[in-house]
Design a protein around this ligand. Sequence first.
Ligand code: ZN
Ligand code: ZN
Length: 338
Amino acid sequence: MKTLVYMGPKDVRLMSRPKPEIQNDEVLIKVRYCGICGSDMTMYSGKHSRIRPGTVMGHEFVGEVAETKASKKTDLEIGDHVVAEPTFNCHNCFYCKTGRYNLCDDLQFCGRDVNGGFAEFVKVQLDKVIKLSKSCDFKKMALTEPLAVAVSVVNKCKLKVGDTAVVLGGGPIGLLVAQVLHYSGASSVIVSEINEYRLQKAREMGFVVVNPNEEDLKSRVQNFNKVGADIVIDCVGHPSSIDIAFKLVRKGGLISIVALYHDKVPVDLLQIVYSEIDLKGTFIYTYNDFRTAKDLLEKKLIDVEPFITAVYSLEDAAKAFERIYKGAGGLKTLINVS
Ligand SMILES: [Zn+2]
Ligand SMILES: [Zn+2]
């Protein structure tokens, strides 16, 4: 089968590989679309410590059931349209047994630790597969995984109806988080971003947008809530962004970190005590976030059409990576696998 393989920094290649063989309680998915994620670009740029050369990349895939091996009863049938959580967990450690399997001691991520979805076929764990409707729009459903991240973030941030929320960073995750915040009842969602293309996208989606290089972000936030933001979500991960988050959040508010910080950043912990700030990290999702994301898309409660800004064939996937790396990537690029 055709695959896109990570061979080293800025080197991804179309290669032929044998079709994956599934074990018990695994499903083989014939991939239709697979999105390129920010984390794929981190790997591509050579800044990710875990990916090994020779790994098939891709974790935002959607497709059809090609084969199943189930030890228990399953309603999955060959040809079913499906999306799947792209992780393998051990089912045995403390975290798996207590339902927080995103924190599994032996978590393996498709497209990083095990072969992923930029391939004609990908294998996943049976209990990670979610059925889609027969009439689903595969392109839009390919955004289930990043939307599940956004759902997981918002589910953990104690949002109350009417809250003022600030999203730092208007990339795909930032704007999906903004969409979920809006859907969940935030009265004002303010997106801070410096890239003009992304600012325009956020504006078109109906959010309040601020370019902090041109305007005073704090006073813009105070126009919506004099005491500051109830929630600040950091989707940037720049050393300055956590500082900005502390300046914007009100006392007793919450800062949620989704961005992956690759460097250590000094934080004034005194503020956490004196102002009773909650600091919350979110790492991917579990079943309920994923199922909710799928429902939001299928029921058209969140429209991801404006996110899909480019579609490439698997043959041209390396060009897509190159283009995004050069900064011309738009929001979300999908690879049309088959
Ligand atoms: Zn992703
Ligand atoms: Zn585990």
